[in-house]
Design a protein around this ligand. Structure first.
Ligand code: MIG
Length: 692
């Protein structure tokens, strides 16, 4: 077990590493290091069956081999297989195979490419394009060992308050207080469990950060208090771009203090996002983060307790310069008989205007008195916005955990907040992508994560939403979200809403278990979701499974992700108990032996597999997290002998987390066909445990 750090060029400080490592001067093991102009590459040969894990939020399988990825935080709503970049840059790869387990983390906030068997199937080449980086070589006995080592040096993962595990109903398009009340009412009246409602950009006054439209929300404070009395919280969005708007305090103060990013000539960079012309806080600076974070206090004072940070790659629709260039191109073409190449150039002048490299090289950051061009540290912008928000929320309420999740991220931000997986589509394949990303993100420390259930872009369907919720039951961040203009996607809009409500009861019944496992994973630098390869390295079949995932140490998930399916094949790497859920109260427990199985799953049924010899606790369903009864639990499992596990619980919100103090031992004894179970302060029902 070891981690060794090697520096190249002049590395930029990224905040990713929490426990600084000494710099090594010997040669890096295994990788051939090549300098090429500015860039530095790390090359390694792979055996035919070697696998590669990591890269957090990214397309394709959990085994990343066979594609070329590029760390470059991108506002790209089309998460198709050809994409090299999504919103995040999680520069960790772990190799596993013939010559053991080893990994590389490239701490570089600029572009890094991961050619993982793309150019040559038997070779991986990882390239820091600017050549300024700290590269961490990792060696371990096992995949999970490598992850734990890495996670140890990047520091403890963010933990949300317990109510952060509640269901969030969201939509781009809830505009007024009436809209939110209506959604809340429709859930509560039908007893559909819910804890939060998000507020998307429409709540703001003219898309100005830290404002709310007084016409739409005449008394925000009163609305929040009403919701709170009903165990509901709102989650307003904050965008990275600040509207260019003299008279708006955020804009005025930022200009006065020189807090927005500037161009080479010292003038403020102007780009367009939702509010039209906008300026961008230089989040790389301490004092700017402090200032921006303090801006969250206004809404916190009104009673808000949660936020989501968006557009922080940063997304830039266009800049004044980009727009001028496009107009110039159009003028040049006007009246001409344009051939096909000119036509492409004309079109590209407009379609290529968004999130362009031209814009990302137009402005600079101030880093400890040094001026660094944005593209050299692009991938850090969102992470530093998250840091700002987290600081602001913590300083407002130092004793309570904050709820915050972001779109863009870099490793390091896993200490400050969660991440949602961005603008997916209402596609069946995105259920699978959602599941696979959980594994990669957990490797990189992001535990509070999930995807837009039902799909963000395009119209969902009742069956897609239903199957997707069945996966969402297990993701710490559980949010149904949809884009403006798409079909209504709230559960109650659908014919089969009662079945979906029943699905949510399972989520709430599992909260004592999920919360316990989430806290344990964070405190022990562990993963909540692991590819099967991590748990069954000697089982060649298990190592290649891409549509099942391990949950906590004891369980396995196998979601349905195909349209019209009424079941699926599952590979069991060992004997397991299948719990086939319909609701928190209605489920089958079926012992199944190691091997391949077809399992029937009606539209309202979904499975959770529990390893033989282990038990998990299930509470009764509840309509909000506060009402989950964690001291009356039913144990589910398939046992031959006695077993024991620990369950963590606490007040759900204080920042001081003492794992040992919060653990309760649940001891299950089996004797002559009788089961007895004991846990201090918890009433246990063992009637559903299966012996044999
Ligand atoms: O350009 O705020 O990913 O969740 O609904 C779109 C509107 C901006 C992108 C986010 C999405 C959100 C949307 N935002």
């Amino acid at each position: 077990m070891m981690i060794r750090r090697y520096d190249y060029g002049s590395p930029i400080f990224t905040h990713a590493i929490a426990i600084p490592q000494p710099v090594c001067t010997d040669e890096m093991p295994r990788f051939t290091v090549e300098k090429n102009g500015e860039s530095v590459s790390f090359r390694v040969q792979m055996d035919e069956d070697d696998q590669i894990f990591g890269l957090g939020e990214s397309v394709r399988g959990m085994n990343k081999r066979g594609h070329r990825y590029r760390a470059w935080c991108s506002d790209d709503f089309s998460h198709t297989e050809d994409k090299a970049s999504l919103y995040a840059s999680h520069n960790l790869v772990i190799f596993s195979g013939k010559s053991g387990v080893f990994g590389l983390y490239v701490d570089d906030p600029g572009a890094v490419t991961f050619d993982l068997g793309y150019t040559r199937g038997d070779e991986a080449v990882i390239t820091s394009e600017n050549g300024n980086c700290s590269a961490y070589y990792i060696e371990a006995d096992s995949l999970i060992g490598a992850v734990k080592e890495f996670r140890h040096i990047i520091g403890r993962s963010y933990l949300p308050p317990k109510w952060g595990l509640g269901y969030i109903q969201s939509r781009w398009g809830y505009t007024t207080e009436e809209d939110l009340r209506e959604v809340a009412k429709n859930h509560r009246e039908r007893h559909i469990p819910i804890d939060m409602l998000s507020m998307d950009i429409d709540y703001m006054e003219d898309f100005k950060d830290f404002t709310w439209d007084a016409k739409k929300f005449p008394d925000l404070k009163a609305m929040i208090a009403d919701f709170k009395a009903d165990n509901l919280r709102v989650v307003p969005i904050i965008d990275a771009g600040v509207k260019l708007c003299p008279g708006d305090p955020t804009y005025d103060e930022g200009v006065e203090k020189g807090y927005f990013v500037k161009k080479e000539d010292g003038s403020t960079f102007v780009g367009a996002v939702w509010p039209g012309k906008a300026v961008f806080p230089d989040f790389m600076r301490d004092e700017v983060r402090q200032w921006f974070g303090d801006k969250y206090h206004g809404m916190l004072e009104a009673g808000v307790e949660a936020f989501w940070n968006d557009m922080n790659e940063p997304a830039i629709f266009y800049s004044e310069e980009g727009l001028e260039d496009a107009y110039a191109k159009a003028d040049e073409m006007r009246g001409k008989n344009i051939g096909v190449y000119d036509y492409f150039a004309l079109k590209d002048a407009f379609t290529g205007m968004s999130n362009s490299m031209a814009d990302y090289t137009r402005f600079y950051h101030d880093v400890d008195g040094q001026r660094i061009r944005h593209d050299k540290m692009h991938n850090l912008y969102g992470a530093m916005m998250t840091k700002a928000g987290a600081q602001g929320m913590k300083s407002f309420n130092p004793d309570k955990r904050h709820l915050l999740f972001s779109r863009a991220s870099f490793i390091g931000a896993h200490r400050d907040g969660g991440v949602w997986q961005g603008d997916n589509f209402s596609w069946w394949s995105h259920i699978l992508l959602n599941m696979r990303e959980l594994a990669g993100m957990n490797m990189c420390g992001f535990l509070y994560t999930g995807a837009d259930l039902g799909g963000f872009g395009q119209n969902t369907t009742e069956d897609l939403l239903q199957r997707w919720l069945q996966l969402g039951v297990f993701t710490p961040l559980m949010r149904n979200h949809a884009a403006l203009g798409t079909r209504d996607q709230e559960i109650y809009r659908f014919r089969n809403w009662e079945q979906m409500r029943d699905t949510l009861t399972v989520r709430y019944a599992l909260i004592p278990f999920l919360y316990s496992e989430l806290v344990k994973a964070a405190m022990k630098d562990d993963m909540l979701f692991r590819p099967l390869a991590f748990d069954y390295p000697a089982d060649k079949r298990a190592c290649r499974v891409e549509d099942q995932i391990m949950l906590a140490g004891s369980c396995m998930l196998a979601p349905v992700y195909e349209q019209n399916a009424r079941g699926r094949y599952v590979y069991l790497p060992e004997d397991m108990l299948m719990i086939r859920f319909r609701s928190a109260e209605d489920y089958d427990c079926i012992p199944m032996t190691k091997g391949d199985h077809w399992i029937d799953l009606a539209m309202n049924e979904f499975p959770l597999f529990v390893k033989k010899g282990q038990v998990i606790p299930l509470a009764k369903g509840a309509e909000c997290v506060a009402q989950v009864d964690a001291v009356k639990l039913t144990l589910l499992g398939w046992l031959e002998h006695g077993t024991a596990f620990t369950l963590y619980d606490d007040d759900g919100e204080s920042t001081a987390i003492d794992l040992d103090k919060g653990l309760t031992l649940v001891d299950v004894q089996v004797k002559d066909g009788d089961i007895t179970a004991k846990a201090e302060g918890i009433a246990l029902d063992t009637s559903r445990i299966i012996l044999g």
